[in-house]
Design a protein around this ligand. Sequence first.
Ligand code: DUC
Ligand code: ZN
Ligand code: ZN
Length: 467
Amino acid sequence: MSNRTLIRGGLVVTAADEMHADVLVEDGRIAALAAHNSPVSQTWTAARTIDATNKYVLPGGVDAHTHMELPFGGTSASDTFETGTRAAAWGGTTTIIDFAVQSVGRALREGLDAWYAKADGNCAIDYGFHMILSDVNEQSLKEMDLLVEEGITSFKLFMAYPGVFYSDDGQILRAMQRSAVNGGLIMMHAENGIAIDVLVEQALAEGRTDPRYHGEVRKVLLEAEATHRAIQLARVAGAPLYVVHVSAEEAVAELATARDKGLPVFGETCPQYLFLSTDNLAEPDFEGAKYVCSTPLRPREHQAALWRGLRTNDLQVVSTDHCPFCFTGQKELGRGDFSKIPNGLPGVEHRMDLLHQAVVDGHISRRRWIEIACATPARMFGLYPKKGTIAPGADADIVIYDPHAEQTLSVRTHHMNVDYSAYEGRRITGQVETVLSRGDVVIDGRTFTGRAGHGVYTPRSTCQYLN
Ligand code: DUC
Ligand code: ZN
Ligand code: ZN
């Protein structure tokens, strides 16, 4: 009884169902659901009862793409695991999957251990890791198998950033062949970085140095071409493929064509591509630097194709690619040279709210919201049904969401460790009220009651979205 919590009277929304149900939580897990005020649920007692009347009861969000503390462009992402996971909790996300990084010339093990150490004891919510492969060679290919066994079941490769994270087509093919055998999922940053670097050099030589040129040189065609190439390489290898941060209509078209052939090809997009555009990148006085990320923001005409892709399931997941850099002292590194602006946007706190706004605006249904933000990322990366749904036996990661609250996003009120908001002044209908992480209340009526170290490392099985 003392470790029981009862959530009464809310509308429970999962990817599959909506029902007015009472939810019983015990020992960190969901013990039972029953129709609201049914004979069964009326017998339930608990140490704490949360009244969710007129609220939604949602599975905690699963953000499958974050970069806490990522060293990048001569600086590091400004959210630590402590500040970033706390902000995630404020926004109704209860699991992140962050990217451990292999350094060139070093073992995967070394990079992974460094990321375990950064996160250990610091997280407010549960977390897992993907592994970035920066140096595909005989040794790292062998290590992939060990990591899959250890619960690191997905690997990010870059067709961009020559000299940093970049892999050539041969390395990509080898990693895909390995994943076809060991069950790992290849996540692809699909942009032709060799061609982009030529255009960067030409732009800078011609004096085109402002942030907006970041968007112009990272052309749609070079995202679409890389997406196409990645798909063909995956076909040759007989491996599934997950393309991260899809931003362009033409890239969605490549995924749709592949999926129409029945290929196991998946795509993720991010709120910044759904809600922001090159108009932001073109903001004067270097303000556009706040919106520099890769893949870049696109002209707003691309947004319709992304929403359509989310509705048709040509895109399956919305993650944030949360990678914040402060304007002062970090984004400013690129004044006079857009190629020196650290790439990345803050967003881990706002994904669930922005996607609820998309429900309000009619882009997606309520259940699709939960599918793309909770259930599918959990399935895609081997965390289901522990995470991503509300069902008996699942972790009690639960969000009580007020769909009628009004809020305005702002640097003055957000909890991310970054000195600007990419969504400053944007009005949102809906707000997180209370959040449970494994049964513990970590946000209580919009007060943070969690702690660094509550969140635990969560190993993952292989992709569950293929079957
Ligand atoms: N894109 C970003 O915007 N930041 C970090 C890495 C990446 O691929
Ligand atoms: Zn990327
Ligand atoms: Zn990323």
